[in-house]
Design a protein around this ligand. Structure first.
Ligand code: PLP
Length: 396
């Protein structure tokens, strides 16, 4: 029965029945003339979630990591300079990917728990009078630390020095759960995936690409075949795919968009803020600290929580899984052993989150953590009760 329990990892997320059923479709010919009717509306609807009118949606059968690779290889050449801040495991992995592609990666090292340092980007860009930096890479929501960065502040920093670099943003664990404003923030490529805010199976990298980034294709010399933007756009324009598409995921995406728009994107974001705040209230009641250094950095999709000195967060997540059949996020990289993560994104309600809080609280009590059993759940219950006058509309 334990497979009835929700997961509290920050993706892949729980798949609502409606989406599992939507993905249950028989094989169809992707070269048939009617395939365009399936694909085109999905690409159009996805733009709304990115907050873009002018962006081009490009998808690949891949995970988010494939999206990073597609962004870089379609727009840059070997030896090109990119500017990146490292403040968690996912910004680190994007850096690693760029280095393996032979890019010159200028890294701003930041404390894990902090966010994208707009002021340091501004300095680096102002000093780059020869405009060698071709792109600034930012992880919007650092899933390892539960930190959301301010992308508009990064854009302002870039504009302040009138620097022509492109802005690439990883929104793998934020899109469709927290507001994203591709056009307003002047993003050139945003990279996401199907398995988090879209509540689908893993397997589709989802990108939004600006006209400026599309123009960069013409000079970009990094090799690409599977991830070639032009091949994909040309095929999509005639209603097809350059190779076999992930048909079931395309159907899932169509239904996911229906669900998100039925709930209303603003309501989806408000629900995530509410769930996150419930988890934060519980964390405070336990007397534990978030890895995110300050409230403006708090992520609404994942909370990374330090365990007390002398405790091992891996033992906690293992115990929660073994004893109660519930998965929580382990501490990644520098946070390994020091922090656990509660994912609170996708198809979740107040009640589901309470079950997760109750579970991790039992696991902590079993392992003699200095917490009061029930304290976190009760704090979240009080928060969820407060101000509720109507039943919550959910995506589930
Ligand atoms: C912020 C962020 N970026 C990138 C990735 C990598 O995506 P994927 O595992 O889909 O390749 C993840 C995965 O969790 C992520 O959270």
């Amino acid at each position: 029965m334990s497979n009835q329990n929700p997961v509290f990892i920050p993706g892949p997320t729980n798949i609502p029945d409606r989406l599992r059923l939507a993905m249950q479709v028989q094989t169809q010919d992707h070269r048939a003339p009617d395939f365009v009717n399936t694909l085109a509306p999905v690409l159009e609807g996805t733009k709304k979630v990115f907050g873009s009118a002018s962006g081009q949606i490009i998808t690949f059968p891949a995970s988010g990591t494939g999206g990073w690779e597609a962004a870089v290889t379609n727009t840059l050449s070997p030896g090109d300079t990119v500017l990146v801040a490292r403040y968690g495991m996912f910004s680190h992995r994007w850096i690693d990917l760029c280095q393996r592609h032979g890019l010159d990666v200028r890294i701003i090292e930041c404390a894990w728990g902090s966010g994208a340092p707009a002021d340091q980007f501004a300095k680096a860009l102002a000093a780059d009078t020869a405009h060698q930096i071709r792109a600034v890479l930012v992880t919007h929501n650092e899933t390892a630390t539960g930190v959301r960065s301010d992308i508009s502040a990064v854009r302002k920093a870039m504009d302040a020095s009138d620097h022509p670099a492109m802005l690439f943003v990883d929104c793998v664990s934020s899109l469709a759960s927290m507001p994203f404003a591709f056009d307003d923030w002047g993003v050139d490529i945003a990279v996401s995936g199907s398995q988090k805010g879209f509540m689908l199976a893993t397997g589709m990298a989802i990108l939004c690409v600006s006209p400026k980034a599309l123009a960069a294709i013409e000079t970009a010399k990094l090799p690409r075949t599977f991830f070639d933007f032009k091949d994909m756009m040309n095929a999509n324009a005639s209603g097809g795919f350059p190779y076999t598409p992930p048909l079931q995921l395309i159907y899932g995406m169509r239904e996911s968009l229906n669900m998100l728009f039925e709930e209303g994107l603003d309501n989806v974001y408000a629900r995530h803020t509410r769930l996150a705040e419930g988890v934060r209230k519980a964390t405070a009641a336990w007397g534990l600290d978030l890895v995110a250094q300050s409230p403006e950095l708090y992520s609404d999709t994942v909370s990374a929580i330090y365990v007390p000195e002398g405790f091992d967060s891996n033992a906690l997540t293992d115990h929660a899984f073994n004893a109660y059949g519930v998965s929580f996020g382990v501490g990644l990289g520098e946070m390994n052993g020091k922090a656990f993560r509660i994912g609170h994104l996708g198809s979740l309600t107040d009640v589901m989150v309470l079950s997760g809080l109750a579970t991790i609280e039992m696991a902590m009590a079993d392992l003699n953590y200095p917490i009061d059993l029930g304290s976190g759940v009760s704090a979240a219950q009080e928060y969820f009760r407060s101000g509720r006058t109507t039943p919550m509309k959910t995506a589930a």
